[in-house]
Design a protein around this ligand. Structure first.
Ligand code: FE2
Length: 297
């Protein structure tokens, strides 16, 4: 106990524990640097609980924070497996500008045709172009008029052995006929932290942000790399909080105990929204990165 400092160590500990419990620093509302575009990137939105956790706060959040552009990973939006046109439309209606994805984008076949026609839905770029539908990047306009590129990549460690995300990113960034806009956002859908970290460092100075998705668990390592790229290993899920990464806890625990085949059901109950807020200058360099989490209760 430290009386001299005028504060109570036990009380301080309680404050820290609460912040750790929430998994994010206080959601302050700093002014945006002049001329910077403000972007919100959301991780995996899981089923109806995720959609509800997003639909509630996002319109007001966009308005209150002056957010110009929103991405959300929708690969597990349709009942926890895949994406459909109607579930994607719900995200667009709530204020999402671009839906990114990952390995689960292929779970519902009905999305295949939509991937051909709906430019606002991306699948990972490094599935290649050999009979793979859809596109892995696109150029869009934010509400403030800023032109920006969104690039969706997927890792390979403990995942499908698709094309190399590092060299595919090189090809897109260095070998395109037209240079991409200065503001470039990367959703890196990837299993392990080291592969995500390596891609962030590899692309530092060439893109504005590398934000990880797929593990559903938010990490606390947000930073701006030396070259100006905002980086976060995983932005975490938007979905049912009382769960094991979105799945009913008893289903997941039984699977770990028995190792027998187990049908996973989506958890229900209170939701959480997990996102990262980015301010990016017109030279493409990030000026600010802040994790943001909103709970139902
Ligand atoms: Fe995934």
């Amino acid at each position: 106990m430290d009386d001299s400092g005028g504060h109570d160590v036990a009380g301080q500990h309680e404050t820290e524990a609460r912040q750790v419990g929430l998994g994010h620093p206080p959601n302050s509302d700093q002014p945006r640097p002049a001329g910077a575009v403000r972007v919100l990137m959301l991780g995996d939105v899981i089923g109806k609980p995720g959609r509800v956790a997003l639909e509630g706060p996002l319109p007001e959040l966009r308005h209150a924070r002056g957010i110009d552009f929103v991405t959300a990973n929708g690969e597990t939006l349709a009942g926890g497996m895949g994406l459909t046109a109607s579930t994607a439309d719900a995200l667009f209606a709530a204020g999402v500008d671009v839906v990114t994805s990952g390995n689960h984008i292929w779970d519902k076949r009905e999305i295949y045709a939509t991937l051909e026609t709906e430019e606002r839905i991306l699948r990972p770029l490094n599935y290649g172009n050999h009979d793979v539908t859809g596109r892995g990047w696109g150029i869009f306009h934010a509400a403030d008029g800023t032109e920006l590129a969104v690039i969706n990549l997927q890792g390979r460690t403990y995942m499908q052995p698709i094309d190399n995300p590092f060299t595919d990113a090189d090809r897109l960034l260095e070998e395109g006929v037209e240079p991409l806009p200065a503001v470039r956002l990367v959703d890196f859908h990837c299993e392990i932290t080291s592969e995500k970290n390596a891609l962030g460092v590899y692309l530092d100075g060439r893109v504005s942000a590398v934000v990880g998705t797929h593990t559903h668990v938010v990490t606390a390592d947000e930073r701006i790399l030396p070259g100006g790229t905002a980086y976060l290993t995983d932005v975490g899920m938007t979905g049912p909080r009382d769960s094991v990464i979105g799945i009913r806890s008893d289903d997941a625990i039984q699977k770990f105990i028995t190792q027998m085949p187990k049908r996973f059901n989506l958890a229900e109950g209170a939701g959480q929204l997990s996102a990262v807020l980015l301010d990016i200058a017109d030279d493409g360099r990030a000026r600010r990165i802040q994790r943001l989490q909103i709970h139902d209760d």
